[in-house]
Ligand binder design. Structure first.
Ligand SMILES: [Zn+2]
Ligand SMILES: [Zn+2]
Length: 694
């Protein structure tokens, strides 16, 4: 009897694919192994076997598989269950999850068959040595001896506030598998994590420690490595594919890492005895993958992963996401609060500067208030460091002809081009298009084009001019394209080679600098004016986080906050550090207008090269959605940026009350997509979903 295999392929198509197993492959094939199969015209693909059976598919000519790649499975069976959950919850195909899960080369090239060769052992050893930039203790003798006792001499000592938080976390875990640790900035959450990790390892469990990419620096990994040594594996998106493949294979070996500290995608790594998941900076939006599918939230997926493994989860942050805080306040999660900074350093004093008033009195020096300039001068004189925050990169967000109002915009997207002075270009931040800076207005010939607004590049340029004695650096997407680039910006600042660091929200993340006495928030208004129901929550988080960089490990820091909306309650909430007041006020609005966390949102997007087809399709889709979900549907609508890279984007939103079974709604949506795309008019269109969008 012929045997068959069902295979997942890394393609955005529904379901699995069935192939016949020729006799010579029958003994080698095993669920969880990769297999080379013919796919598409003349091509082959590397898929993953999910099932072996002898049910001849009816009415289909089944092709023969070509070669089994692995001698043993490269995933644990429970990972496949997790992938299936991701694909059904986030409304995408299993192939898309497979593609996101495996490091690049594992989906393309073949690896050696048979038991792991000495050559492979050697390569693992080498990669383990080269992985962390500063792992000098790559002692081969201990590299694979992961089972030796953990030396507890190395654990950091805890303050009494930290010790009682640690005890409370254990208490909470008795009743709730997930606990939120709400600790003010600089309260020493990392020391608590280190204790929890050590406890988990001592009881023979593995730990996944997730954090935003920008925080995964040598500053942190060196600290963890001092305690956990070779038990620690690092999974960074800026590591090479090969390095990530090595971490994956190591997790399948007899001596897997006990702790993985990693970014979003480390939720896909194999763990066979996971006992603890820590999600640090849990409010971070970068935990959500935007494009391509699966558009998963790594925090939420990690909670699911932990729950399936019977593991505990700790979410840590100084500024919780509303979703997590809501769950903690309503008893779904445990809640532990840490209100005291480590070493009893006081929270910074935040001073608000009313920019409108300063302008009226003609006191602003360009984008700087006299108060901010004076504070910078004082900090520099005292040999202290300064962080200047503006959540916009580039020199100026737009140029404009001040006679006819012409604005340079992207030919492929409906966005204005940002002026970048250093490379003399105007650039699209959506598709990357750039062109020479226009010297005259193409519609009226005016040669005086005005720059409007300001980004980090302009702050850097102006501050360097005003304080020529200071050394100024900038940290934003443009200056941190590589891992080494941002490591060196952070390291220079840490070693006080830089006096003033200008940056976007990257500087707000949980980085720990010792000599920052002043933080300047240049323009709170760009954050407050975002057309998004989360704008105030985000603005609060960013301002509280960046303020928290001031005054660490020394005396109280100072923050100067420039805004035109000084009377807004949110500004007072930031200056008072009153998260609860901000939460209470914003939650009233969320409740009144039915927004998360009171409902779940699913955005249905359509994309097409022609605007009329995109419009037609979203109208049809919205009709179909109304039949399924009635008045819970909003739209059709255009997103804020309604054309990207030449594709027109339209959307509709489904708001689901939390009592509606989510899996049923998801099935209905998937069916709707299939039937709409079956219509010839729409065959070249894309329909995709963003579940719990951020
Ligand atoms: Zn003009
Ligand atoms: Zn563009």
């Amino acid at each position: 009897m012929a045997e068959f295999v069902d295979v997942i392929l890394p393609v955005p198509l529904p379901g699995t694919f069935t192939y016949a197993l020729p006799p010579q492959l029958q003994s080698a094939a095993e669920a969880g192994c990769r297999i080379v199969v013919p796919f598409g015209a003349k091509k082959t693909a590397v898929g993953l076997i999910v099932r072996i059976h002898d049910n001849q598919p009816k009415g289909i000519k089944v092709k023969d598989a070509i070669e089994v790649v692995d001698a043993s499975p490269i995933i644990f069976p429970h990972q496949l269950v997790f992938w299936r959950w991701l694909s059904s919850y986030y409304l995408c195909h299993l192939g898309e999850v497979y593609k996101a899960a495996l490091p690049g080369p594992m989906k393309k090239k073949k690896v050696h068959r048979g038991s792991r060769s000495s050559q492979e052992e050697q390569s693992l050893r080498l990669s383990a040595q080269t992985l962390p930039l500063s792992q000098s203790q790559g002692d081969e003798a201990i590299l694979f001896g992961g089972q030796d006792a953990l030396d507890l001499g190395e654990l950091p000592s805890l303050s009494s506030a930290q010790s009682s938080a640690l005890a409370s976390i254990h208490n909470q875990w008795e009743k709730h598998p997930v606990c939120l640790l709400h600790g003010v900035t600089s309260s020493g959450k990392t020391e608590i994590y280190i204790h929890l990790i050590a406890e988990a390892i001592k009881s023979g469990k593995q730990v996944l420690y997730l954090l935003p990419e920008i925080v995964l620096t040598t500053q942190l990994t060196d600290r963890l490595r001092r305690v956990f040594g070779h038990r620690l594996g690092i999974y960074h998106s800026k590591y090479s594919d090969r390095q990530r493949e090595d971490v994956w294979l190591r997790q399948l070996s007899d001596t897997p890492y006990d702790i993985i500290v990693g970014v979003r995608s480390s939720i896909f790594l194999p763990f066979d005895r996971l006992g603890l998941v820590i999600v640090d900076e849990e409010h971070e939006v970068t935990f959500k993958q935007q494009d391509p599918a699966p558009r998963y939230h790594a925090r939420n997926a990690a909670i699911m992963l932990a729950s399936r493994a019977g593991a505990r989860t700790l979410l840590g942050t100084a500024t919780p996401s509303f979703e997590s805080y809501f769950n903690a306040r309503t008893g779904k999660y445990g809640l532990v609060t840490l209100t005291e900074r480590y070493g009893q350093v006081r929270l910074p004093e935040i001073e608000v500067v009313d920019v409108s008033e300063m302008k009226r009195k003609k006191l602003m020096k360009g984008i700087f208030s006299p108060r901010l300039l004076e504070a910078i001068r004082e900090a520099l004189q005292a040999h202290e460091q300064v962080i200047l925050f503006q959540n916009r990169r580039g020199y100026a967000p737009m140029m404009e002809c001040d006679i006819c109002g012409w604005v340079p915009s992207c030919p492929h997207c409906d966005v204005r081009l940002t002026y970048h002075r250093r490379n003399r270009l105007v650039t699209c931040h959506y598709c990357g298009f750039s062109s020479q800076i226009p010297t005259e207005c193409p519609s009226c010939g005016n040669t005086h084009l005005r720059q409007r607004g300001f980004g980090t590049e302009r702050i850097e340029a102006e501050i360097a001019e005003m304080f020529p004695e200071a050394s100024v650096a900038r940290m934003d997407l443009d200056t941190t394209r590589t891992r080494t680039a941002y490591e060196s910006i952070i390291s220079d600042f840490e070693h006080e080679k830089t006096d003033i660091l200008v940056g976007t929200q990257m500087v707000t993340k949980g980085l720990d600098f010792g000599r920052v006495s002043l933080v300047g928030i240049l323009d709170a208004d760009t954050m407050l004016l975002q057309p998004d129901f989360r704008a105030y929550e985000r603005a609060y988080q960013m301002m509280a986080q960046v303020a928290g960089r001031a005054g660490r490990r020394q005396s109280q820091g100072r923050v100067i906050l420039q805004t035109r909306q000084a009377a807004l309650p949110l500004i007072a909430q930031v200056t008072e550090g009153n998260y609860d007041a901000m939460y209470a006020e914003q939650m009233e609005e969320r409740r009144a207008f039915a927004y998360p966390p009171f409902v779940r949102l699913i955005v249905v997007y359509v994309k097409h090269r022609q605007a009329d087809i995109a419009d037609h399709l979203i109208i049809e889709a919205t009709k179909a959605l109304r039949q399924l979900f009635g008045s819970r549907v909003l739209g059709p609508d255009e997103p804020v940026v309604s054309r990207v890279s030449g594709l027109f984007i339209r959307k509709a939103i489904v708001k689901l009350e939390s009592k509606i079974p989510i899996s049923k709604a998801h099935l209905m949506l998937m069916d709707m997509r299939t039937s709409l795309l079956a219509d010839k008019t729409f065959s070249s269109a894309h329909i995709y979903f963003d579940v719990d969008p951020l």
